[in-house]
Design a protein around this ligand. Structure first.
Ligand SMILES: [Fe+2]
Ligand SMILES: [Fe+2]
Length: 135
């Protein structure tokens, strides 16, 4: 389980609210890990693609609006992540659906998400707050 605390706060309300929702959904999936049937796995992949797609769009729009200098590098991280999800979806297409697969997805999602918040999203949050102070 991932517990939300201030060490994960980026300092931009809308982004933090979405990060909290994403963490809640990851935790929910983790509690259902042992019923790793096809529906659960499909739901996991669906969630990843849709919710994160919207979340990445929000961050990209913010970066564009603010003329964020590291936009390309940050967006590339998002793309790498989406590619990973597509890889999971292909595995599923070929029938490799198992408890192990859901465990892999969850482990990957947790690791990626937490380190992305700590690095790229926090750097973006600092930039937004600095701009707000100087503007
Ligand atoms: Fe991000
Ligand atoms: Fe984010």
């Amino acid at each position: 389980m991932i517990a939300w605390d201030e060490s994960l706060a980026v300092g931009v309300d809308e982004i933090d609210a979405q990060h909290q929702s994403i963490i809640a959904l990851i935790n929910d999936l983790a509690t259902r890990k042992n019923q790793a049937d096809e529906a659960t796995t499909t739901q996991a992949l669906h969630f990843l693609r849709n919710y994160l797609h919207d979340h990445f769009e929000l961050e990209t729009e913010l970066m564009l609006d603010m003329g964020y200098p590291d936009l390309e590098a940050h967006r590339q991280q998002h793309e790498l992540f989406v590619n990973h999800i597509i890889f999971f979806e292909i595995e599923k297409e070929f029938g490799v659906v198992s408890e192990q697969m859901l465990a892999d997805i969850l482990a990957f999602l947790k690791d990626w998400f937490l380190s992305h918040i700590q690095r790229e999203d926090k750097a973006l949050g600092r930039f937004v707050r600095t701009q707000a102070l100087s503007g």
